[in-house]
Write a protein that binds this ligand. Structure first.
Ligand code: SAM
Length: 384
C-alpha cells in the first residue's frame, strides 16, 4: 500500500498550523513546567503525563498481570477475600513477594483491599474470573513479548530467524500448510478454542442465524464457533473447513458434543483447494486479518464463488479504526501480525473495498456489543 494512501492528508500544509503550534508548545520543557503549575492547564498536563507514563510502563503492567495469572491469584480470590498468609500459600510465593504483587495488582485495579487485612478482587480482576480465554492470551503474550524485543528490526524485516509467533502459528509463511501435523496445530487451535466463547457470543448475539439453513465456517479451528452456533440454531447444518489436521480434531469434537449428524468437516488449504459448496452462509471468523492482501483477496473471491446466488458471507474479526478501540487495531494487531510474519489489521472501509473487489454486493456493517473484540460485516453474492 502506498504510504500517501495510508496516511491521507500528509503534507496538508497551512491547515496544519494549529497542530504545529501545539507540538511546538508541548515540546518545550519550560511550557510543560508552566502548564503543570497553572490551575487551568494543570489537570490536562497531569492527564497527559499519566498517559505517557502508562505508555512507557505498559510492559510492566502486563508482567504484573502475567504474575497474577501464573500464580493463580484470581482463582484464590474467586470465592471471597483472603489474608496475605492464605494467598502466599495458594500462590506459592514468599510473604514479601506476595505483598509486592498484591500492591502492584491493587494499583492496577486487579485486586482491592478489604476489611480485616484481607484482599479481594478488584474491578478488572473480577473480569478475569471464569474467563479462560483472557488468561490464555496473557500466557500466550510471552511469545509476542520475546518477538517485540527489537521493534525496529521487525519493522525493517531484519529478523534473522523465524519469530516465536510464526513458529506457534505453523501456517504462517508455510510453503505447504496442508501438511502441518496435528502436533503443530494443537497449541494454536487450543488457544483459539479458549478465546472463541467470547467471540462466538458476540457474533451470534449480533447476527442471529435463524434465516439460514447451512453454514460453512472457513478456518473454523477446533469447531468452537460451530458448537456455539449449533446450540442456538437447532435446525442449522454445518460444514467446517480448515487445514486437514485441524479439521480432523474438530470432527472428533463434534462427535463428542453430539452434533456429528448435522456437521461435515473438510480438510484442505484454502489457498489451493476448492471450497465446499452448498452453504447459504459462509463465516470467516478471525481469519482474513492473518493474511497479506493478495492472499486475503483471493480467499474472498473463492468464498464469493462458493456461495449460491443471494448467499451471504459473515466476516468477523477485530478491525482497525474501531471507534473507542483504535489502539487494539493498528497498535496491538499491527505489531502482533508483524511478528506473526503475515497479515495486517484492516478497517471496516478497507475490508468493504476488498469485498467489493471480490464481487460482493449489499455490504453492510452489523453492530456488535464489544467492537474491540470483534467487528462484523455482511456481504452478499448478487442475486441472479
Ligand atoms: C486465527 S485462527 C481462527 C480460528 C477460528 N475461526 C476462531 O476464530 O477461533 C485461523 C484459522 O485458519 C486456519 N487456516 C490458516 N491457513 C489456512 C489455510 N491455508 N487453509 C485452511 N485453513 C487455514 C488455521 O488452521 C486456523 O484454524
Amino acid at each position: 500500500m502506498a504510504v500517501e494512501a495510508a496516511m491521507p492528508g500528509a503534507g496538508a500544509g497551512w491547515r496544519d498550523w494549529p497542530l504545529r503550534l501545539r507540538d511546538r508548545l508541548l515540546g518545550d520543557p519550560q511550557f510543560r513546567r508552566l502548564a503543570a503549575k497553572f490551575p487551568l492547564t494543570r489537570p490536562i498536563a497531569r492527564r497527559r503525563t499519566r498517559a505517557l507514563f502508562d505508555l512507557c510502563a505498559g510492559f510492566v503492567y502486563s508482567q504484573v498481570l502475567l504474575a497474577c495469572v501464573r500464580s493463580r491469584l484470581f482463582d484464590a480470590l474467586r470465592d471471597g477475600p483472603q489474608t496475605l498468609e492464605a494467598l502466599s500459600r495458594h500462590c506459592a510465593l514468599p510473604g514479601e513477594g506476595m505483598l509486592r504483587l498484591l500492591r502492584a495488582a491493587i494499583a492496577l485495579k486487579l485486586v482491592a483491599r478489604r476489611r480485616g487485612e484481607r484482599f479481594g478482587l478488584g474491578s478488572l480482576g473480577a473480569a478475569m474470573v471464569r474467563n479462560p480465554g483472557v488468561a490464555a492470551m496473557v500466557e500466550h503474550h510471552a511469545l509476542l513479548y520475546a518477538d517485540l524485543q527489537d521493534p525496529l528490526a521487525l519493522l525493517r524485516g531484519e529478523t534473522a530467524q523465524a519469530s516465536a509467533l510464526s513458529r506457534f502459528w505453523g501456517y504462517s509463511r508455510a510453503a505447504d500448510p496442508g501438511d502441518l501435523s496435528s502436533e503443530r496445530v494443537a497449541a494454536y487451535s487450543a488457544l483459539m478454542g479458549e478465546s472463541q466463547a467470547l467471540v462466538a457470543a458476540e457474533v451470534l448475539d449480533a447476527y442471529p442465524l435463524t434465516r439460514h439453513r447451512h453454514l460453512l465456517d472457513i478456518g473454523g479451528g477446533d469447531g468452537s464457533f460451530i458448537v456455539a452456533a449449533a446450540a442456538r440454531a437447532t435446525g442449522l447444518h454445518f460444514t467446517l473447513f480448515d487445514l486437514p489436521a485441524v479439521a480432523e480434531q474438530a470432527g472428533k469434537r463434534f462427535a463428542a458434543v453430539g452434533i456429528a449428524d448435522r456437521t461435515i468437516t473438510v480438510g484442505g488449504d484454502f489457498h489451493r483447494d476448492p471450497l465446499p459448496t452448498g452453504a447459504d452462509l459462509i463465516t470467516l471468523v478471525r481469519v482474513v486479518h492473518d493474511h497479506d492482501d493478495p492472499a486475503a483477496l483471493s480467499l474472498l473471491r473463492a468464498v464469493h464463488d462458493a456461495l449460491p446466488s443471494g448467499g451471504q458471507l459473515l466476516l468477523a474479526e477485530p478491525m482497525a479504526d474501531t471507534p473507542g478501540a483504535t489502539a487494539m487495531g493498528d497498535a496491538y494487531f499491527g505489531f502482533y501480525l508483524l511478528a506473526l510474519g503475515q497479515g495486517r489489521p484492516r478497517s471496516r472501509a478497507e475490508l468493504s473495498e476488498m469485498l467489493r473487489q471480490a464481487g460482493f454486493t449489499a455490504i453492510r456493517h452489523v453492530a456488535s456489543a464489544t467492537p474491540l473484540l470483534v467487528g462484523l460485516l455482511i456481504a452478499e453474492r448478487e442475486r441472479c
